[in-house]
Design a protein around this ligand. Structure first.
Ligand SMILES: C[S@@+](CC[C@H](N)C(=O)[O-])C[C@H]1O[C@@H](n2cnc3c(N)ncnc32)[C@H](O)[C@@H]1O
Ligand SMILES: [Zn+2]
Length: 162
């Protein structure tokens, strides 16, 4: 039985939601795509930052381009408080539940974007979680955003007192 269905998302356009209650640890859907080199991802205009991103980092050499109709998992949106995670399962990428998920709840995972000081602001996050940092940045790097905000605040209050 399929554990997911398409839905209109509150986060961004289309997404996937649970078609039934899902238990933590259940395997939900495979993330399929075509393997491309990092070089191609960086130089081919198909992967420009101003377009929607369907790239999945595989390792130091390759990304997986998931921008294909056959890859239904491409519709899963990012959340700062996700209920799924992507794991390697028999050399395939699969979306697993990391929490118990109720029927109709939107499926989300952490896109794992690294923090890049110059361009993280391009990726606004609208996940709506109480811990949302406002940008799509991986969990381990989100503290950098609050630090940036503190530095910005200090600079502007210093300028205001000049
Ligand atoms: C792989 S697509 C996800 C499916 C997309 N919602 C759709 O309808 O095609 C990735 C794109 O969805 C959007 N997206 C995903 N998660 C988001 C979030 N938390 N906040 C804002 N936009 C998001 C961004 O535009 C991102 O580049
Ligand atoms: Zn968020």
């Amino acid at each position: 039985m399929r554990l997911y269905k398409n839905k209109r998302s509150n986060i961004h356009r289309n997404g996937l939601s649970a078609s039934t209650n899902i238990k933590k640890g259940q395997r939900i859907i495979q993330y399929k795509g075509k393997k491309i080199s990092h070089d191609k991802a960086e130089t081919d205009p198909k992967y420009d930052n101003d377009k929607e991103i369907y790239l999945f980092n595989l390792n130091k050499q390759y990304d997986l381009d998931g921008d294909f109709k056959f890859n239904t998992a491409r519709l899963i949106n990012h959340s700062c408080n996700p209920n799924c995670e992507v794991f390697d399962y028999n050399r395939q990428l699969w979306i697993f539940a990391i929490k118990n998920i109720k029927k109709d709840e939107e499926l989300t995972y952490d896109y794992g974007f690294s923090f890049d000081k110059t361009d993280y602001k391009q990726y606004l996050c609208k996940c709506g979680s109480s811990n949302c940092v406002g940008y799509i940045v991986r969990k381990g790097s989100r503290w950098r955003i609050s630090r940036e905000a503190v530095i910005r605040q200090k600079v502007s209050s210093r300028e205001a007192t000049r």
